[in-house]
Design a protein around this ligand. Sequence first.
Ligand code: VG1
Ligand code: CO
Length: 542
Amino acid sequence: IRIVTTQPFCDQKPGTSGLRKQVSVFQQLHYLENFVQSIFDTLEGYQGHTLVLGGDGRYYNRQATQIILKMAAANGWGRVLVGQGGILSTPAVSCVIRKYQAFGGIVLSASHNPGGPKGDFGIKYNIGNGGPAPEKVTEAIYARSRGITSYKILEANDIDLDRLGTVQLGVLDVEVIDTVTDYAQLMESLFDFEKIQQLLINSRFRMCMDSLHAVTGSYAHRLFEDRLGAPLGTVCNGTPLEDFGGGHPDPNLVYAHDLVEVMFGKDAPDFGAASDGDGDRNMILGRQFFVTPSDSLAILAANAKLVPAYHDGLAGIARSMPTSQAADRVAAALGIDCYETPTGWKFFGNLLDAGKATLCGEESFGTGSNHIREKDGLWAVLFWLNILAVRQQSVEQIVREHWQIYGRHYYARHDYEGVHSDRAQTLITQLRQLVPTLKGQRYQSYEVEYGDDFSYTDPVDHSISNQQGVRVGFTDGSRIVFRLSGTGTQGATLRVYLESYESTVVKQQLEPQVALADLIGIADQLGQIRTLTGMAQPTVIT
Ligand code: VG1
Ligand code: CO
C-alpha cells in the first residue's frame, strides 16, 4: 500500500448529481484519487464491507475503475462488486447495492453530457439505500476534498475487468458481475412480462428503442429482444461506445433525432423510447406523438394499478419542483399525498425509504419508483409497455383521455446554455429580489399569486435546502420557474420552466410553444433574459 502525498483541488464540489468535469480535468495528476479518498474519508464503518462500482462506459471509465479498485483495496473495503467491463447503468448500481446489501456504491458517469476525450466524466457516491448521497454527505465530501493531503492506493496490476468471477486485489475480493442479470430479474418481478411479450411478438405492434450508443444497449437487447421477443432491430444504437458515437446521449426531441425522425415519419412504429448516457432517463413517444415527462409521471400514476408491482395502489407521488403539476391532480383524485422536492433524485430517497412516496418524477425525463433509489429509464419504458398491453390503445389515445379527465398542463423548458457565469448569477440575484414583491401584479391576463425562492424542508429528517429555484405562480395555476443547472461543466446554463393549465378539451390541441407564448414573454420581462444572456432565444427547448 502506497501513501501518496497530494494537494487539494478547490473545485471538487458535487452538483445536482455528483462531480462532473471535463475529462481533461479528471486526467490531472491526483484529481480522481483526491475525490475518491475524500469519499472514503467521509464514510464511517465501511471497513470489511461491500462497495458496488460501475459506470456508463464513457471514455476514462476503465482507467478510473482500475484506480478506484486499488484505492478500495488500500482503504480496507472487504469486497467490490464491479460490472463487467466496468459497466453498470445508474439504476443497475442502485439495484445491486440493495440486492446485496452493500455499504454503498460509486457511479462513474456524466449522464447526458457528451463523452470522449473532449467530453465530460463524472463520479457520484450512492449510500446503502441505493440512492445518491444526500446533501450532508456530499457537503462533507467537498469539505474533506479541500483539506486532503494524501491518499492510499495499492500497488498492483490491473485486473481483468472482462472476465466474470472473483479475483483478489491484496485482501480485497473483487467480483466482476454480469451487468444485466440482477437488473433484468428485478424488472421481471415488477411487470407483467407475459402480457408485454404478447404485445411485442404481435406483428401489428411495432416499437423502437434508441439507446443512443450509451449504457442501456446491453440491457435493452437482453430485455426487449432476447427475453420479451421483440424482433431483432427493435433496439437501435444499442452498442455502447466510449464517445456515444459523438452525440449527446440525452433522450429529448433535440438530441434523440434518429428516433424522432422514425416516430414522426411515414409508417411510424406504435411506440418509441430512448434513454440517456447512464440509463436513468427516458423519453416516451407514440406514433407522431410526444409525451412530456411531466405527463408521463401523471399517466403512470393514474394507471399504476394495471402493473403487478403497483396493483395495490400508491402510497404517494413525489415530483421535483419545476415538474408540472399534472401529477398533483392524479394524487388528489387518488386521495394520496403529492410531495414537491428540489431538483435532483437525492431528494426522493427519504420519501421512498419512509414509504411516503411510491412513484417519483422530474421534468428532465426522469421517472422512477420505490423499486430502487435512482430514476430508471428502462423501467419507465416497461411501465408504458405494460399499460399499452393491458389497455390496447395507442399512446396518443391514452394521453388524450388523461387530459380529458384531468386537464392538460402545457409545459416547456427553455435552456440557455453557455451563459457567462457572472451574468447568470446576476439574473438569478435580481429575480430573487424582485419576485417576492410581485403579488397582485398583472401581466397581460395573468395575475401573480406568489413569488419566492423555493425552500424545502425534508419531511423525514427535517433538513432544509434553500435557494432551489425562483418561482412565480399565477392565480390560474400557471407557473414560471427559473434556476441554474448544477450538472453543466462550461459556463452556466439557465433553465426556464413554463407551465399553464387547460381543462377545456377543445383547447387542448395547441402546440406548447403557442399555448405558452404569453408566459414566455413574461418570463423574459421578469428575468431580463435576452438582455442579460445576450441570447435572442434558448439553445435547447424540451
Ligand atoms: C439536471 C436535471 C435534473 C436531474 C439532473 C441529473 O440537473 O434538471 O432534474 O436530476 O440533471 O440527471 P440540472 O441541475 O442540470 O438542472 V442525470 O440523468 O444527469 O443523472
Ligand atoms: Co442520467
